[in-house]
Write a protein that binds this ligand. Structure first.
Ligand SMILES: [Zn+2]
Ligand SMILES: [Zn+2]
Length: 139
């Protein structure tokens, strides 16, 4: 298991502030077509588990993306905030909203098979295809 840190972040306009008590120190990129459509590029995010509190929750719009997951964004400024598993309440939170980016390590990429050819990260990471992700975590 990776170490965890309490992390605080906020959206661009400040209407939403998030505290994650047990945020991973590792950042992952998701190249799936849904993430890229949502954010205009790969989603860089941190597994923050379930102990997440949100100030200004009334400003969070939640969009249902599948039977098992939903995505939250600030309804005032549009900042992408999280991908959340409905059943467990696990939050995968956008890395860019957090304050201390220097303490993070970018170490994995998922849905690498859906990555378009026009970009490629130079970081040394553990890469998984969509099929490998589903095999490991279940659908
Ligand atoms: Zn905002
Ligand atoms: Zn994705």
């Amino acid at each position: 298991m990776s170490d965890v840190t309490e992390r605080q972040g906020k959206c661009l306009c400040g209407a939403v502030a998030i505290t994650a008590k047990n945020a991973s120190n590792n950042v992952g990129a998701c190249h799936c077509s849904m993430c890229r459509r949502w954010g205009g590029g790969p989603l860089m995010a941190i597994d923050c588990g379930t102990d997440v509190s949100i100030d200004g929750e009334e400003n969070v719009s939640v969009f249902n993306t599948s039977e098992w997951a939903e995505r939250g964004f600030c309804s005032k400024c549009g900042s992408h905030l999280f991908y959340r598993l409905k059943q467990t309440g696990q939050h995968i939170i956008a890395a860019g909203i957090f304050e201390d980016g220097e303490s993070l390590v970018f170490d994995h990429q998922v849905f690498i098979d859906e990555k378009p050819s026009y970009y490629r990260f130079a970081n040394e990471t553990h890469d998984m295809t969509g099929a490998e992700v589903f095999a490991k975590y279940g659908a």
